[in-house]
Every structure is written in structure tokens, then in C-alpha cells.
Design a protein around this ligand. Structure first.
Ligand code: ATP
Ligand code: MG
Length: 588
């Protein structure tokens, strides 16, 4: 599995669509002024040298999560592979929940994933709120063309007259009011002359349409609230369903890729753009919307509301808690950008909704780290091993590859001594069947060191084992001639008690123990895994340098990372990213 290249284009239906569009020259004549704008701006531009334009349009109302990574990798990946541009656009048309804190966190995470929004000299980072002026201009144009009207029904009345899937809607009494009246009211709405909810601008399409989204959708609503960027400049805010296609068109997007739940919106997407292009407001060729299945990952919740609840109620330690499915959390947990890109590549893109098992994400991390992570020995649950026939005070160096996949990385060395620390679980007074590690009378290899024969153990008054005793076989040191003359079945890791580096290690596990924590009417909080974090005092191989974000494979144990927020060289704090094997496999 390690040979799956991270950047190789895997064929998917979107690539087929793009290939077709390029072959037919659908966007060949598209002009681009080097910046977003309506027809009047774009018509003065050159033919766009970007073969396609895509965009990633997050709403700055929360942190990015693993689902967003799929959309990021897809949009930025397609632009890269087709010599195109991908814009980062903050879809900040809804003032209530949007904050600058989220804007910065989103920028950080897209960059961390390895993408940027530059294309040649262009910096394609945009805010939908920058287009409020254009949007308003378009709304007036639609009213003047008789394609939109101001409705004075309440939100409840609009809902009641919208009809159902089986019943047509009924026309508003304001639907056929004179154009001039709607225009005057729209201007008054903009100027703050009317309270929230007293009226709204609606597109005039067809209350009898089988597609409810075409039954005169609301375009502008009145909200007397400040916006994180435009302040109190506006008290009317555009609805997502028309703002989004307009944003795409202003930015010269060719392929507007979104998740399946917007499929029913596509007719309105096309309607609004075609009307505005016919009115000379938007330049053709127009963007087209294509839908793909969103990522549903088992053992995870991605709803921003639920993630916020986990943070606010203290079930986790912030948005970047290493158990969170946010990109900030995955990063702290030890995930690399390339492991997340690899995961997204392996997911592929389809139109069929499916649930992806969490183990696929974990395996991508193992496959990514295995060839590049340095190796280290650590003991997480130590018991002392005394090598009784090894002279007190004596030490000698043992050697181990820094990375078995990379001989050029060279060797590391660490001392062997009379008193060692081993995992408590590597000794049993009475071994179960097929136990090949230490038990009285058995021989095992101390990895990279000597073969030892176990001679017994020492216990305290309560019967707890305080020391394991063994004798070493002098001619068996790893790497010396004849060292393999004695055959053993067990191979255990160890550190010298006097030289090991103490470290706090956080053994993270899945946040939820139910694969579908929020399915049906379940309360996702009931599925919290009580053992999702255990902290232990561990001992690391001497010489371990736990600079923040250093990643290792701890031999036999898994992949670990020095916590990027709290770890220091003097006081290492280390997170377990993932065990070497999938311990959840049997439970599926
Ligand atoms: P939420 O519903 O939790 O608020 P959202 O989808 O509204 O999330 P946005 O910030 O609007 O979040 O999403 C930005 C982009 O990321 C959108 O284009 C959306 O389609 C995409 N996206 C969000 N979640 C997923 C997912 N689980 N899988 C794939 N794409 C996703
Ligand atoms: Mg959204």
C-alpha cells in the first residue's frame, strides 16, 4: 500500500467532465480581467490562461474538519492537475455566526495541507462579502426585468404557501405588484427603513414548479446585524442559493464542485446565472455546478454544531484537541498533510453516498509515516529488568537503524547496562500459551542488544512485581559475529534505566466508541469513549529530542508525535497518533 503515489491523478467522474469540457472548448473563449467582477469588468480582460477555475468556499463559522479536506484536495488537486486556478473564497454572506478567528484558522489549515490560491501573479483569496455591491446591483436588474419582486408576506406565510412535494405552491398577493413599487421597496430595505422579517426579495420563477427550490426562492432578507467584515454597511443579506452561483460567476469559476445535497439547487443555480447573463450583468461562459458525495467517516461527527458542543461543554480540550476530527486536531494528533492527501486520494470521488471506515484514515497515516518516520524505543509501562551477571557501572553502546527504509539516515546508538526498563507486559510469571517473551527459564533477545535468560522476579509485600531478573549470554550481541547462534522466539524492547529520557505520553484512542455516534435519534454524547485519552509516564531512548511536532515510530508500539502546543525538549509531552495495528478491527 505504501507505493500509492500521493499526487497521481486517479480517474474520477469529475475528470471525465473536465476532459470533455476542455475537448469541446467550452471555456476556451472565457475572458478574465485578473480579478472578480461582472461582465463589464471581465469583457475587458484577456482570454483566461487558466484552463479551469475551481474554488473551495468555506463559511467562516467553524474550524475545518476531515470532510472539508476532501473538498480541498479535490478542488485544489483538480486545478493543479489541469493547469488551472483554485480560489479560496470565504462564503461569508450570513453575518450571525461568522468570525475572523475562523478565517485565520481556515487559511492556516489550507496552507498546512499544502495548497495555496496563487495562480501566476494572481492571489485568489476572496470574500463573498466583497461582492455585496454587485449582488445588490444584480438584484435591482432582476427587479427591473420583472424577474424578482418584494414580498410582504411573513416567513410563516411564505412557508405555508410554498406547497409540498406533491402540492403546488400558491402565488403571493405581492407577486404581480408593479416593478417600480418593488424597486422602491428594495431600496428602502437596503436603506434600513424596514424591520427584520417585514419583507423579502423573491425571484419570480414558478410557484407550480415540481422543484420546490424554483418556487420563487427568497433572495434577500432583512437582518439588522453587523457583519464581521462589512460592519453595518448592509442590513440586507443575500441567501446562499443565489449568492453562491453569483460568486462563482464573478470569479470566473468554470467548475463549481459541491456536495450532493445541492443537486436540487442546480436548476436555480443555472436560472439565476442565465438571467443575469441575458441581462448583460454576467459574462459567459457561465460556471456549471457538479455534485459529489460528501465524506461520511465512521466513529466521527463533523457537524459544526456538534463539534462546537464538544468544545463548549468541555468533552474535549478545544478545537485542536488531538481527538477532534478537525484538521487542527488531526495535526496535533500527529497526522501529516501528506497522510490526509493520501487518504483523500484513496477515497476517490463518486456520486454515491457511502460511509468510510475510520481505519482507512488511520491506515493512510501508517502508510505515510512508515517510510519516513525515525525509529525510537520507548517504554510506556515500565518494570525494571536487572541483568544480574552484567557488571554494575558498566555500559556499552548498541546500534539500531534510524530508519530501516532509509539506510542513508544512518544508525543511532544507546547504552546497554545492568539495569534496564522493559514493558511490564513483556514478563509473565506464568506464561499463557504462545507467549514468547520473558518468563522464568525462557530466553529472548533484547532488541539491538543481548539475548537474556529469565531467572525470576522480585515482588513487594502486595505481590506486585518490582523487578524481573535475567542473565545475559555474552556472545550474542546483535551485529556481532555468531550473535544468532542461539535461537529465540521473542524480541523485546528496552531502555537503560539510568539513561532513559522521561516523557509524558498521551495514549489517544477514538473519541467515540460507536461507529455511528449520531445516527438516527442517538445522542452522540452517549457514545463518547471514556478511554479516549490515557496519560502515562514513559521512558524514551536516550538522545530522543522531542522538539514540537517531531514524529517517530516507537518500535512495537505505534506512531507518536511531540505535542506541537505543549512539548519542549526539556519536558517532552508526546501524543500517540496511531498504534501499529488496527486494534478496532475485530469489533467491526
Ligand atoms: P456544516 O454543515 O457542518 O456547517 P458545511 O458543509 O456547511 O458544514 P462549509 O464551510 O460550507 O461547511 O463547507 C465548505 C466546503 O466544504 C463546501 O463546498 C462543502 O461542500 C465542503 N464540505 C463540507 N463538509 C464536507 C464533507 N463531509 N465531505 C466533502 N465536502 C465537504
Ligand atoms: Mg455551509
Amino acid at each position: 500500500m505504501t507505493s500509492v503515489p500521493v499526487t497521481a491523478p486517479v480517474s474520477n467522474f469529475l475528470r471525465t467532465i473536465i476532459d470533455n469540457d476542455l475537448e469541446q472548448g467550452r471555456y476556451a473563449g472565457k475572458r478574465w480581467a485578473g480579478k472578480p467582477g461582472p461582465a463589464s469588468v471581465q469583457e475587458r480582460g484577456e482570454i483566461d490562461s487558466a484552463r479551469i477555475r475551481t474554488r473551495f468556499p468555506p463559511e467562516p463559522n467553524g474550524y475545518l474538519h476531515i470532510g472539508h479536506a476532501k473538498s480541498i484536495c479535490l478542488n485544489f488537486g483538480l486545478a493543479r492537475d489541469y493547469q488551472g486556478a483554485c480560489h479560496l473564497r470565504f462564503d461569508d454572506t450570513n453575518p450571525e455566526k461568522e468570525e475572523d478567528e475562523y478565517v485565520h484558522a481556515i487559511i492556516d489549515m489550507v496552507k498546512w495541507l499544502g495548497f495555496d490560491w496563487n495562480y501566476q501573479e494572481e492571489h485568489n483569496g476572496y470574500f463573498a462579502s466583497d461582492y455585496f455591491g454587485y449582488m445588490y446591483q444584480f438584484a435591482e436588474a432582476l427587479v427591473q426585468a420583472g424577474l424578482a419582486y418584494v414580498d410582504e408576506q411573513s416567513a410563516d406565510q411564505m412557508r405555508a404557501t410554498r406547497g409540498t412535494l406533491t402540492e403546488k405552491g400558491t402565488n403571493s398577493p405581492w407577486r404581480d405588484r408593479p416593478v417600480q413599487e418593488s424597486l422602491t421597496l428594495l431600496r428602502e430595505m437596503r436603506d434600513g427603513k424596514h424591520p427584520d422579517g417585514s419583507m423579502a426579495l423573491r425571484a419570480k420563477i414558478d410557484m407550480g414548479s415540481p422543484n420546490i427550490n424554483l418556487r420563487d426562492p427568497v433572495m434577500y432578507r432583512i437582518r439588522h446585524v453587523a457583519h464581521h467584515r462589512t460592519g453595518t454597511d448592509w442590513c440586507i443579506y443575500p441567501m446562499y442559493s443565489w449568492a453562491h452561483p453569483v460568486e462563482d460567476a464573478l470569479e470566473g469559476i468554470t467548475h463549481s464542485i459541491c456536495t450532493l445535497e445541492f443537486e436540487d439547487q442546480r436548476p436555480f443555480y443555472d436560472w439565476i446565472l442565465n438571467q443575469l447573463a441575458d441581462l448583460g450583468q454576467l459574462a459567459r461562459p457561465l460556471p456549471r455546478q457538479h455534485e459529489f458525495a460528501r465524506l461520511h467517516l465512521s466513529y466521527v461527527v463533523t457537524s459544526k454544531r456538534k463539534l462546537l458542543e464538544l468544545v463548549r461543554e468541555g468533552h474535549v480540550d478545544g478545537w485542536d484537541d488531538p481527538r477532534m476530527p478537525t484538521l487542527a486536531g488531526l495535526r496535533r494528533r500527529g497526522y501529516t498533510p501528506s497522510s490526509i492527501r493520501l487518504f483523500c486520494e484513496r477515497l476517490g470521488v463518486s456520486k454515491a453516498d457511502s460511509r468510510i471506515d475510520y481505519s482507512i484514515l488511520e491506515q493512510a497515516l501508517r502508510d505515510d509515516l512508515d517510510p519516513k518516520a525515525g525509529r525510537l524505543v520507548a517504554v510506556l509501562d515500565p518494570v525494571k529488568l536487572v541483568v544480574t551477571n552484567y557488571p554494575e557501572g558498566q555500559t556499552e553502546l548498541c546500534h539500531a537503524p534510524r530508519n530501516p527504509h532509509d539506510p542513508e539516515a544512518g544508525m543511532r546508538e544507546f547504552p546497554f547496562a545492568r539495569e534496564l526498563l522493559i514493558e511490564r507486559d513483556d514478563f509473565r510469571e506464568e506464561p499463557p500459551k504462545k507467549y514468547f517473551r520473558l518468563f522464568p527459564g525462557n530466553t529472548v533477545r533484547l532488541k539491538y542488544g543481548y539475548i537474556v535468560r529469565c531467572t525470576g522476579c522480585v515482588k513487594d509485600a502486595d505481590g506486585n512485581i518490582t523487578e524481573v531478573h535475567a542473565e545475559y549470554l555474552p556472545d550474542t550481541k546483535s551485529g556481532t559475529p555468531g550473535s544468532d547462534s542461539v535461537k529465540v522466539k521473542g524480541n523485546i524492547t528496552w531502555v537503560s534505566a539510568a539513561h532513559a529520557v522521561p516523557a509524558e505520553v498521551r495514549l489517544y484512542d477514538r473519541l467515540f466508541s460507536d461507529p455511528h455516534p449520531d445516527a438516527g435519534d442517538k445522542n452522540f454524547l452517549d457514545a463518547l469513549n471514556p478511554a479516549s485519552c490515557t496519560t502515562v509516564q514513559a521512558w524514551l531512548e536516550p538522545g530522543a529530542q522531542a522538539a514540537p511536532e517531531t514524529r517517530w515510530q516507537f518500535e512495537r508500539l505505534g506512531y507518536f508525535v511531540a505535542d506541537r502546543v505543549t512539548s519542549t525538549i526539556e519536558k517532552p509531552i508526546i501524543n500517540r497518533a496511531i498504534t501499529l495495528k488496527d486494534s478496532w478491527a475485530q469489533q467491526k
